[in-house]
Ligand binder design. Sequence first.
Ligand SMILES: *Cc1c(COP(=O)(O)O)cnc(C)c1O
Length: 366
Amino acid sequence: MTIEFSQRIRRIPSYPVAGGYAQDAPLVRLASNESPYPPLQEVREAILGALSTLNRYPDPSSSLLRRRLSERYGVPSSRIAVGNGSCDILLAAGEALLEPGAELVYAWPSFSVYPHLAAASGARAVTVALDGSERHDLEAMLREITVATRLVLVCNPNNPTSTAIPLADIAAFVAEVPAHVCVIVDEAYCEFNLLEDPDASIALLDARPNLVLLRTFSKVHGLCGLRVGFALCGSEELPRAFDQVRQPFFCNALAQAAAFESLAHQDAVIERVTRTVAERISVDERLRAVGVESAESQANFCWIHLGEDRDEAEIMRGLQERGVLVRAGGALGSDTPALRVTYGLPEENRRFLDALAELLAPAPTR
Ligand SMILES: *Cc1c(COP(=O)(O)O)cnc(C)c1O
């Protein structure tokens, strides 16, 4: 007898995981858009301070963290949702808004978690191709909105292509979306976007009760190992619904304490962004020198086009043999050979670039 699972289990795609977790050898880990910088000393102390009360459940409403988020972003705490990583909020939004017969619109290639939402709920996923510069085609996305649409996802900057669209375009887009359709702008990488002030989008919330700005402590704050993210919402109904579909204690006590402390160190955020942008400029320059094109990155990673005649799997293998872990574009929705590579420390980037240059030289073998 084989166990009989639900329809959803047959539908839900497995998240494409990064390799290398079982290896002990020092590896250059550029596969998951993590921060190369360890948590701040003050954040580590806050985590240690929270250890002694782990016999208690965490605050189920993350009150202190939500209050500090409210002070930092100027959004009432009743319009802020916290989650076990921002993916937790994304999946909760899918549960709260979608069902069979409903439709979900998002661009593709985009974040690999998005296909999960339709599969888990039985809603229909409507995907819209990126434009020629690998940016969201918001006009085409608007055309896909029907009476059945419940949720639209916009990833800005977009994972995996690293590109961003101007806020004015997003504002115009949101103004056209019917008010009963929820729009989630996934801003996991917004701090790295130099096109505008990362907080400029917050002003849109006041006039748009259906808008959600999704943010995370996983990237620039370097806390992905703890799992904590948040959503700034245009109305109170949204966080309430997201909480309704989740287990009561979705954000653990260490994560709450660490995120609370991390918000007090905005200077560190700025410093990390500055360092990452410096690496972005120098890596992109060297990529051009070895003869590959990368998209215009506004994130902490680049999206590299290897060229039609290259063998993506072979290059992935070659990099892995040289101790460098990156992501294969094919697993992330690219139909031409591509790599998604996180900007790491200068030395890590050097190791990646040296390995890539070696693998690409002197000429394509096929
Ligand atoms: C990394 C990432 C997130 C963050 O996920 P967490 O669950 O907060 O770690 C969200 N959206 C996108 C597009 C990402 O790349």
